[in-house]
Design a binder for this molecule. Sequence first.
Ligand SMILES: [Fe+2]
Ligand SMILES: [Fe+2]
Length: 209
Amino acid sequence: MSALGANRSIGGLEQAQGFAENPSADDPESTSMTALIDRIVNVHHAHLRKELPRLLKLADRVAEVHGPHDPALGELREVLAVLKDDLESHMIKEEWCVFPKIMRWEAARSTGLCPDEGDGSFRSLEIDHRDASATLARLRKLTNGFTAKADACAMYRVLLEGLAELEAELLQHVYEENDLLFPRACVAAALLRARAAIGGPLFQYRETW
Ligand SMILES: [Fe+2]
Ligand SMILES: [Fe+2]
């Protein structure tokens, strides 16, 4: 295939993958990758950063008051502490390393610069997501599906409501990353590599970022 033909094919693929035209800022299914990242950080990461410390404090208090009569509350507190640490590290990895890289891939469509930054694999983040889901499943089991016993105190009920909300939020969060952002970013990286291989006046390599 000629360079011109290859360029036309890549352009068609970009259109087909929904990178370009008229993205809606409010719809995670069609917005740009940069806007989607903005939403993930400002909605989903903000929720975790607010809720995880609050829920852990509640779990501490519940375990302190009721733990002597219910050993599962001590485990609940420990499992939640692990989830908080894991997700806080995970968000830092995304915000400091992965998301800026994806935004540079997207920006490269208009700047014409071709960042040479890996192959668009998100395996390690997907493993983190799977582990967080497993930890949440453990919390669900320990709390009988986030259901309060008839004699549960008000504090424990608030904790269970918060955990159920955290689970639903995290489900949407992981969907937006695993099913919307990462597949599109993989395609963007592949397109940039293809364009770089073809060469052309708009594309140059940069050695470092
Ligand atoms: Fe995230
Ligand atoms: Fe994530």
